[in-house]
Design a protein around this ligand. Structure first.
Ligand code: SF4
Length: 201
């Protein structure tokens, strides 16, 4: 089957708790889309990168399996590598709330209630996505990422919520750096991967 707006590569779907960012702690149904060429060396879902390894599923079938909550989070991989128009339209038709987690490296498609933008230095977001992002989440791997965070925050709207999230494997190494930054820059917030601390998916 060919990938198009009605047929998308799906790595996994699961019902869990949002562990990151502004909506941390909410129950949500996750749809992890296959495919990403952004290439973060610390990526914790490298299995998602090759879309050819993931089953192409009809959008109708993806939507019919959503259960447990009315909050749906589309993540990846990089969902915007594909046309999200039909998927988001059909989810919204069921009166569900739909969030996107994206690096912003591809053109925006789909209709979203919340966009979490997590820019990556090696493939910066499209301008249009900075402007409508509800949340900016910068992953902190080393101290240079704090400068990157300040630079990126100049590109989003005033209403956009700002988060720093320690890269999981470097949490101990970087936590003081991050705490000090947030104390000095109170418009920034801390995002922890709560699901990892709790040992859940
Ligand atoms: S953008 Fe996300 S999925 Fe893609 S390589 Fe980076 S962390 Fe991994």
């Amino acid at each position: 089957m060919k990938i198009d707006s009605n047929n998308l590569p799906i790595m996994e779907t699961f019902f869990s708790i949002q562990g990151e960012g502004f909506h941390s702690g909410k129950s949500a149904y996750f749809i992890r889309i296959g495919g990403c060429d952004v290439g973060c060396h610390w990526c914790d879902v490298k299995e998602s990168w090759d879309h050819g390894k993931h089953e192409i599923v009809r959008v109708n079938d993806i939507v019919s399996k959503i259960s447990g909550t009315n909050l749906v989070i589309i993540t990846g991989g990089e969902p915007l590598m594909w046309d999200m128009t039909v998927l988001t339209k059909k989810i919204k038709k069921n009166k569900m709330v739909i969030h996107l987690e994206t690096s912003g490296a591809y053109n925006l498609s789909g209709n979203w209630d919340w966009i979490c933008l997590s820019p990556k230095k090696q493939k910066l977001p499209k301008k249009e996505i900075y402007e409508i992002a509800n949340e900016l989440k910068i992953i902190i791997y080393n101290k240079h990422d704090l400068e990157f965070a300040l630079e990126e925050s100049k590109k989003v709207s005033e209403k956009c919520k700002l988060f720093l999230q320690p890269e999981w494997a470097r949490f101990e190494k970087n936590k003081s750096l991050i705490f000090d930054f947030i104390k000095k820059n109170p418009n920034w917030n801390l995002s922890l991967q709560l699901h990892k601390f709790m040992g859940i998916d």
